[in-house]
Design a protein around this ligand. Sequence first.
Ligand code: SF4
Length: 89
Amino acid sequence: MSAGHNLVGVSPAAASQWATLQAALEDQPSTPCRAHRDPDLWWSWASSEEASALCWSCPVLAECGAFAAADGVRWGTWAGRWRGAEDAA
Ligand code: SF4
């Protein structure tokens, strides 16, 4: 998940991974989460299985996952994995 993420307060390591992700996106502007008719799929636990499956064809999967891990994101589907509480969809 790369669109619409709020970077306020991220660590230097996460900021570095974010820059890497953005650089990768310059070469691959179309990702499943950007191209899908319903990008909200990536923001709900209820649809996370569908979103996760779509992530596996993403050209920036590795960079997305590296940022999510560095930042410790706690919401949304990132790099084929839901990150957040499962009961708050
Ligand atoms: S791996 Fe998934 S969440 Fe990350 S940019 Fe690609 S489609 Fe979006």
